[in-house]
Design a protein. Structure first.
Length: 118
């Protein structure tokens, strides 16, 4: 996956780092969870003068979809690492919600479990 941005912002004692990546094909892609885990692990190796209190990743899906209003939608997956714990969230289109909700939420839970085992 291609990294688009890597930004760090501070406010008082808090600092956050956000990394944007694109594009992933589908959660059904073999090896996607491992690829994401490897990217996350590698990104956390970067040293900072002040370690970020939270790190965020945003992964954009390659496919564009149309919603019921015929507006173009791009799904994304977000990951947050704070206080030693990962949280994964998937922003899905209405089409994905109707047809693939169970599969996507299971996949997200598995990815979150895999990240938190490290």
């Amino acid at each position: 996956m291609k990294q688009f941005y890597d930004e760090t912002h501070s406010s008082g004692e808090e600092s956050s780092r956000t990394l944007w990546y694109g594009y992933f094909g589908s959660t059904e892609d073999e090896g996607l969870k491992n690829q994401i885990c490897q990217l996350v692990e590698a990104d956390l190796q970067k040293k900072f003068e002040k370690t970020p209190t939270a790190t965020h990743w945003i992964f954009y899906r390659e496919e564009l979809q149309k919603d019921a209003l015929t507006e173009t939608i791009r799904s994304s997956m977000t990951i947050r690492f704070r206080e030693g714990k990962y949280v994964v969230h998937y922003n899905m289109s209405d089409f994905e919600f109707v047809l693939f909700y169970d599969a996507i939420t299971t996949w997200v839970r598995e990815l979150e479990d895999q990240l938190n085992k490290k």
